[in-house]
Design a protein around this ligand. Sequence first.
Ligand code: MOS
Length: 742
Amino acid sequence: MLQQEEKPTGNGKELPYRYDGKLKVMGKATYAAEFPVKDVLHAWMVLSTIPSGEVVSMDTTLADRSSGVVKILTPFNAPKLPGIKPQPPAIRKLSLLQDRIVYYNCEPIGLVVAKSLDEARYAASLIKIKYNTTPGKLSFDKRLDQKRPPKQGNAPPKEDHGEETEAWAKATTVLEQTYTTPLHNHNPLEPHATIAMWEGENLTVYDATQYVSGVRQSLAKHFALPLDNVRCIDPYVGGGFGSKGSMWSHVVLAAMAAKVTGQPVKLVLDRTQMFGPVGGRPATTQHIKLGTDATGKLVAMRHNVIEPASVMEDFIEPSAQQTSMLYECKQIAIDTELVDMNIGVQTFMRAPGEATGTAALETAMDELALKLGMDPLELRLKNYAEKDPGEQKEFTSKHLREAYKDAADRFEWSTRPRTPGTKTEGNKLVGYGMATATYPANRSAAMAAIKLLPNGRIAISSGTQDLGTGTYTIMAQTVEQETGIPWQMVDVKLGDSSLPKAPVSGGSQSAASVMPAIQDACKQLQLKLATLAITDSTSPFFNAASDDVLLSNGELRSKSNPSKIEPLSASITRNKGAAIEEKGSGEPSQEAERALSAHSWGAIFTEVAVDKTTWMVEVRRVVATYDIGLLLNQKTGKSQLEGGIVWGISLALEEDSHLDNVYGRVVNNNLGEYHVPVNADVQSIEVNVVGIPDLKFNPQGARGIGEIGITGIAAAINNAVFNATGKRVRSFPITPDKLQAA
Ligand code: MOS
């Protein structure tokens, strides 16, 4: 059943490379900040330098007189906004100069608008700010006792299945440990950026976003405009990872400045501003307790998470979520508590919940296997969930067993040394580890439009986004698959809120949501072309039954008599030379959503080498097999999964935003000191997929692949490090100092 590793691509069914690849390689893809806009002014955000308190005064005398300055906005002169706030994910609570309160360090408290960026930035340095400082809530780990239940959030705050005391009494082996992950900041290569322009009461923004119609909706609410007056355009996104799934303060501030100055305004965050004014992934402290009977069968599980939350707004990284469904167990309890902090509002980051949650849970499973004297893979198979134990529902499709087997065989798991610290190569300790990966399969309603153009090309459009994930590629490929019109003849348009509405490109849902709409649009076009043909006496299809006329191979063809064909140019001629347009839509069946649980799965095996002197960890080999339904494109899809794994290596060994306990600033707020893997950190990654379509989930049988790649891998590395060294680190990232001290 497994798809071949080297299945040829570009065979007419799969695009051989990224649809937008050539433009990007040539530097011709236009990102939000790059749109040429006449008379554009440049804005620079003034950020707070205290973590908590209020702004008493802002003296702009010198700054106002500085070269090129057009306008300086502060809490003392900024226009009052109507204050109607939409819900996330369109926005998080923003800082819009509406009051003088400072909630966190590096919070926007002013905006300098000037003729050039340099002039704006210099003038900002001349502003004299006086604060009333109040003590900030800054240390997370020292204030865990101040935890409280969430006020609101996106995670099941507390889940408890079964009779807890009774269940724990049955446990003969209990593993109880605490694991931590640090604050992360997304850092896509393209920083957040906005160009805002007004024409009367119409607002247009070019904005780096994962959700064009969300930005449109949020701006409309903030400025009390009808939705039709606002447009958000963003055809190319230089990465997002969740940071661009919500709209942040700078977008509204740019629009405000454009309104006040009567000129277009461009606001681009610099790298340091990617740590503060936009949210990151909260740190987590995860307490896990697992109990089994003598055979290794889980009888009770508990996963408690404590996280920092901004004093402005609760956000939950739902790290315990997967624990309610990953393994068969009758008693599962999860909950999340928060510790208030003077930090900005936190947000989604790639696989929010499962990335950090599997790092902890899958390390705990390894520790449990060791306690039981069981093989870690055997323990997982022993507790394999045939149906979702939390929701008590069947899965749409689950082939994790096949994934475990395929990856274990390719990795030759059974031949590894089971006793930790026994395999050496010179000064290196070599070890092997494994873990389970998982991420929910999400899908939302989406729409698309299709147009057969007089020149024979076909235009497909949807108000979705491509943040580097391959939406363009898959849209073109789907049109070719549905119509037989070669992808080179397909013009794809996306990233514009004036196009038919599509959901946020978050939760790995774009392919699964938008492609059914495109399939439907192709179907509608076929029906329209058939109707035109069967009512035209000059057509070979005159008077044919409409379901006998197919659109395939890029032409009309009779189903009953395949030799009867008509070129699409005849349809255009029949339509008096005008384009032929149709719309399509797709949405998940609510019935199926209620009845079934939809998730993706993966098995990850890693080999590490740890230097006995420096305790540096080298990830030599990663072998992973995913059950993600049908993989739409072998080349770009596997590359997406590999990218997730690279980020998992990052979570395991490198990423760590250091918030200082005095000022509440990220001290390593740059790509020199905020470490992510470079080529030398990434060696062999071999990804495979099970490839069985999940037709209960969507018509293509394809579940999203954007996020699952980052899950499981951090634990697989951690477990391999333990197998290599006999040392267990429970605080990510696993840095040499922690390993040496362990
Ligand atoms: Mo992704 S963190 O759901 O944008």
